[in-house]
Design a protein around this ligand. Structure first.
Ligand SMILES: Cc1cc2nc3c(=O)[nH]c(=O)nc-3n(C[C@H](O)[C@H](O)[C@H](O)COP(=O)(O)OP(=O)(O)OC[C@H]3O[C@@H](n4cnc5c(N)ncnc54)[C@H](O)[C@@H]3O)c2cc1C
Length: 689
């Protein structure tokens, strides 16, 4: 018999209160620069970002006695605090039965290719500690009677390494880490947007930020200097890059900041796209039980007519329904899953409906309609794996909403809290950008191409072409810990403030972007960047389209360099600078994509590379989609990464082989102990970008 879950329990897992931040410490002093009086704070390490990754790094630093300051554009904003899905997933080693196999887990994490083997192994091994320490801090991961963690299978996961606290796992992670950070006295500087890194040679000097609430006559832009010898970038992903996006509003990330600091970026060609409700409303992933409940998917045209469009793609009702179900654990679009009537035909069909101007809905009060000429939908006529799963989950009720309630009542509750009742009416959704797999290149300790700067969480380009669901949250915890360990091992005490001449130069560069007389407004830059990325670099790309988009992105950046951006008011200055940086990120991504396609790169991960001569041909119930012929992936591309870095007014692109890791080289206690005892394991060596 199913056990009904009381409302109070559902509330606690969906309505997660965040702690109040205590008052910030006063500035340690001030410097005069660019004619302004700029307050200065000093720390051993500045962490940019207060998501799950940044807070993990901050907590681990503070526990090791490092004076850390966390800067956050919005303390409880960002994806960790504000995103999720039906069961938001944490991917960690499976501790049931005979336990996990870390070699196999690392292989699975990097299975899509273009991932460094050493980083995959670190994530696999580190996942045990990441999960146990989160549980120690109070993360309510579900257990069985004997203390085993409840698991399920998710995207790119054949074993079942996924676990979840419900729709808001990452918000709960932020909560327990924030509680710990505050307990440890870590100062969190809220509404503080980092805009420029101060680096000289191998040393970091600090970070220039803007704090709109600190604006006054002596400091009209609210500039602030955080002086520190080490910096950890934990600003999350570039969510504002695409128009069609399931990121929460205002996610800019720090890739633009990293480009301007001259850091190497890798795997920018690799992202995730999939179905969800867009950020214009309540941005949320529609994976897992939302689709496993088997709602009816349909579109509505401008005249209000309904279209059963999936019936044009699948040959039978059973095939269509089974593939809707598979979107539950094959959530991200994957080019080859468009073949053989696979589950990515669902994403393709939805994207094409959207491109025709139709709105697409999931209706939880109706079962999937029959494919014309075939038998009606029936729970007994589903593919074996689908029927078995629904049977085991007890989801055998007549209506999708009742099956969803049976499998995951939190998923209904969640939308209700955003005033959307999916039990009452259909839910509009689309294919959206959701995650950046690439990012700032890092080595085994999270160190970037600059030795005093680290990157963790989605800011870091640790993932390859694909990643198992939940691996993003795990990677942030593992590398947040590793970066902190490395910083602490090397020592980081507040040092000298940046050189005054460097500060003047950095401020001049920032101020040159803010030009009241510029024809470029924020909405104009935003609309241009987002439309270009969604139209030319979404799930379907082609060489000519990407090349044209790259030229457009270059032209936009040239205009910004020439005339700057006009903020509507001084309080918008930080946003204007973030859009200037986002325009750079868009050029960087398109540069990498253009390089990949021009050199013959094929369809992999999130993108199908359309090519009239391609061997991939999606079939539908109505015949082949000749206009969507695509190139297949070349195996050799799995063994290398594309690296992009700023050079002059453009970008330098190079390729490098992925590091294989040392799966064969087994540690030996007596031999390897001294390296740990002396800290030699932190020496810069293979594993540094
Ligand atoms: C809808 C959705 C569902 C997802 N589901 C899963 C899932 O099930 N499992 C999984 O593993 N991953 C999932 N992801 C991805 C995962 O949530 C993110 O990759 C992860 O939360 C990123 O954590 P982070 O700490 O790196 O960044 P964030 O949580 O985004 O935090 C970034 C922080 O940086 C701050 N910041 C940004 N720029 C600046 C700046 N210039 N100055 C100061 N502060 C700045 C922000 O305010 C924020 O505090 C999902 C993502 C989305 C959008």
């Amino acid at each position: 018999m199913p056990i009904p879950v009381p409302q109070a329990i559902l509330d606690a897992l969906t309505d997660v209160e965040m702690p109040r931040l205590p008052p910030e410490p006063a500035a340690a002093g001030a410097v005069m620069a660019a004619g302004m009086r700029i307050p200065v704070w000093r720390a051993g390490c500045v962490v940019i970002g207060s998501g799950a990754a940044g807070l993990r790094a901050a907590v681990e630093l503070a526990r090791r006695g490092i004076r850390v300051a966390v800067l956050s554009q919005s303390a409880w904003g960002g994806t960790s605090a504000c995103s999720g899905s039906d069961k938001q997933t944490l991917h960690t080693a499976n501790t049931a039965g005979h336990g996990d196999d870390f070699d196999a887990m690392a292989a699975a994490i990097g299975a899509g290719g273009a991932m460094d083997g050493d980083l995959a192994m670190i994530e696999a091994v580190g996942s045990v500690r990441a999960m146990a320490s989160l549980q120690y801090l109070g993360l309510p991961l579900p257990q069985d009677r004997l203390g085993g963690t409840l698991r399920y299978r998710t995207d790119h996961d054949e074993v079942g390494r996924a676990t979840s606290c419900g729709p808001r796992t990452s918000r709960l992670m932020v909560r327990v880490l924030a509680d710990e950070a505050l307990r440890l006295g870590v100062p969190v500087f809220n509404h503080t947007t980092a805009l420029r890194l101060m680096l000289r040679g191998d040393r970091a000097g600090g970070v220039i930020a803007m704090r709109a609430h600190d604006r006054d006559g002596d400091n009209p832009l609210g500039l602030a200097l955080f002086s520190a010898p080490t910096i950890i970038l934990a600003g999350g992903g570039p969510g504002e890059l695409y128009r069609d996006s399931v990121y929460p509003n205002g996610c800019f990330g720090v890739l633009g900041l990293a480009i301007e600091a001259g850091l190497d970026l890798v795997n920018l060609t690799e992202s995730q796209f999939g179905i969800g409700t867009r950020r214009e409303g309540f941005p949320w992933n529609l994976s897992g039980t939302y689709v496993q409940a088997l709602p009816h998917v349909h579109s509505v045209d401008a005249e209000g007519r309904e279209h059963h469009f999936l019936a044009e793609y699948y040959r039978s009702t059973q095939e269509m329904a089974s593939n809707i179900f598979r979107k539950g654990y094959q959530w991200p679009f994957h080019a080859t899953r468009m073949l053989d009537f696979g589950s990515s035909l669902v994403d393709l069909a939805i994207a094409r409906e959207g491109a025709r101007g139709r709105r697409v809905f999931m209706d939880f009060n109706r079962n999937p309609q029959a494919v014309p000429g075939d038998l009606p939908f029936d729970l007994t006529r589903l593919d074996d794996d689908v029927r078995a799963y629904l049977g085991a989950a007890g989801a055998v009720q007549d209506r999708p909403i009742d099956r969803l309630r049976q499998m995951n009542p939190l998923s209904i509750e969640l939308y209700r809290r955003s005033k959307i009742d999916i039990a009452a009416g259909p839910l509009e959704f689309a294919v959206n950008n959701q995650h950046m797999n690439g990012g700032i290149a890092v080595g085994i300790w999270g160190q970037t191409s600059h030795p005093a700067v680290f990157a963790v969480g989605e800011a870091a380009g640790t993932h390859g072409v694909t990643r198992p669901g939940g691996a993003a949250l795990n990677a942030g915890q593992v590398f947040g810990t590793r970066a902190a360990e490395h910083v602490a091992a090397r020592g980081a005490v507040p040092g000298d403030d940046p050189d005054p001449a460097d500060l003047e130069a950095a401020l001049a560069a920032l101020l040159s972007v803010l030009r009241a007389d510029s024809p470029l407004t924020l909405p104009r830059v935003r609309d241009e960047v987002q439309a270009r990325m969604s139209d030319a670099a979404g799930i379907l790309c082609d060489g000519a389209g990407v090349r044209a988009a790259l030229e457009g992105a270059r032209a936009l950046n040239a205009s910004i360099r020439a005339s700057g951006i006009a903020p509507a008011r001084p309080g918008e200055s930080a946003r204007a600078l973030q859009w200037q940086q986002m325009a750079l990120v868009s050029e960087a991504v398109l540069t990498a994509l253009d390089h990949y396609i021009t050199r013959g790169g094929g369809s992999r991960g999130a993108r199908a590379i359309l090519d009239a001569a391609g061997a991939g041909l999606p079939m539908t119930a109505n015949g082949p989609l000749e206009d969507l012929r695509f190139r297949l992936e070349r195996p050799e591309d799995r063994a290398r990464q594309i690296v992009v870095a700023a050079q002059g007014d453009g970008f330098r692109v190079s390729e490098r082989p992925v590091r294989q890791g040392d799966a064969g080289a087994r540690p030996f206690f007596e031999r390897d102990w001294p390296a740990w005892l002396t800290g030699a394991i932190h020496d810069r060596q293979e594993g540094s970008p």
